[in-house]
Design a protein around this ligand. Structure first.
Ligand code: PRT
Ligand code: ZN
Length: 285
């Protein structure tokens, strides 16, 4: 049987979360990231541990079938790969920053300026779209020190908390791109591999839905039954169990995390008591 080969970052910000995704899906691996690759003992996948910069190329060339990396890297490398889904971690932005004492006059500030970056393709495209004529200085790392050593007037680099910019006397002036971890795939997977991928995505989806929902249990008088069902419709409809006190029932249902507090307020208003809210491990429907 074929195995789906998955490239993940060997060592860095994405490694731990990438491995966690498989753990959440019940996929087990015998060895850790100390090796070059490892096979799962209970699912037809193999993990390859690579530098994130190399993942788009490996996926394009079918050395790996799918990969997990930042959108920033996928766009910069611009290889023939398909983005399948966003994974909701490693969120950051690719931003332009300049020395904090400089007066920023808008994007035209960058005309005839020199900007250091590890993302020359994305930045070139961005400047082109904004009719800016700037010079790019491509460097591999420690981009934030470029202005202070006189290599460039500004930088374009990834930012999450903003503290790196701050400690280097820089201020963020434009967001070029918002990024998070994504799953990419080779566009020509065999049918068998496509099937494995779909199974994997099904499991990821179940985990994601479970994170977005809460299990809710509450007690309410029977005459409030209809009102309460309107507030917590559940996956099909809520389960209702009679309590020993015949005039009351216990309701079990699921609520979405994003509307959670409004729902709770409404339930209390409708007469609900003893509300319990529990995390959901997996959700399949
Ligand atoms: O060795 P390899 O090439 O595999 O790793 P790498 O050094 O290229 O990548 P790594 O592990 O640093 O980052 C991997 C991915 O994580 C990136 O491609 C992004 O998609 C994502 N990510 C999320 C980040 C950040 N947040 C981030 N803050 N990548 C880098 N940073 C750096 C940034 O370059 C800057 O130096 O963190 C600093 C800024 O952070 P703040 O919090 O001070 O703003
Ligand atoms: Zn890298």
């Amino acid at each position: 049987m074929e195995k789906l080969k998955i490239a993940i970052q060997k060592k860095g910000r994405l490694s731990e979360k990438s491995l966690e995704l498989f753990k959440d899906c019940g996929i087990k691996f015998s060895t850790g990231i100390s090796s070059l690759k490892t096979e799962s003992s209970n699912f037809p996948v193999e993990l390859l541990f690579l530098r994130d910069d190399d993942i788009p190329q490996y996926v394009e060339k079918s050395v790996a079938d799918i990969g997990i990396l930042g959108e920033n890297e996928v766009l910069e490398k611009n290889k023939n790969v398909k983005s399948i889904r966003k994974l909701g971690f490693a969120s950051c932005r690719l931003s332009l920053a300049i020395p904090k004492e400089e007066e920023y006059t808008g994007i035209t500030y960058f005309n005839n300026k020199k900007v250091a970056t590890s993302y020359p393709h994305i930045l070139e495209e961005y400047f082109k779209n904004n009719n800016i004529n700037a010079e790019l200085e491509e460097i591999g790392g420690s981009v934030e020190i470029a202005p202070s050593i006189g290599l460039a007037d500004g930088i374009c680099d990834l930012v999450s908390s903003g503290s790196t910019l701050l400690t280097n006397g820089l201020k963020e002036v434009e967001v070029v791109l918002k990024s998070q971890a994504v799953m990419i795939a080779n566009p020509n997977l065999s049918e068998e591999k496509q099937e494995i991928l779909e199974k994997l995505i099904f499991r990821l989806e179940a985990k994601k839905k479970s994170n977005e929902h809460k299990y809710i249990i509450l007690n309410a008088p029977n005459d409030k039954l209809e009102d309460i069902i309107k507030v917590i419709p559940g996956m099909r409809s809520p389960s209702v169990f009679p309590l020993a006190d015949g005039k009351w029932s216990s309701f079990h249902s699921v609520v979405k995390e994003d509307t959670f507090w409004e729902v709770i307020d409404e339930l209390k208003e409708k007469g609900a008591e003893g509300i319990l809210v529990l995390p959901i491990e997996k959700m399949i429907y």
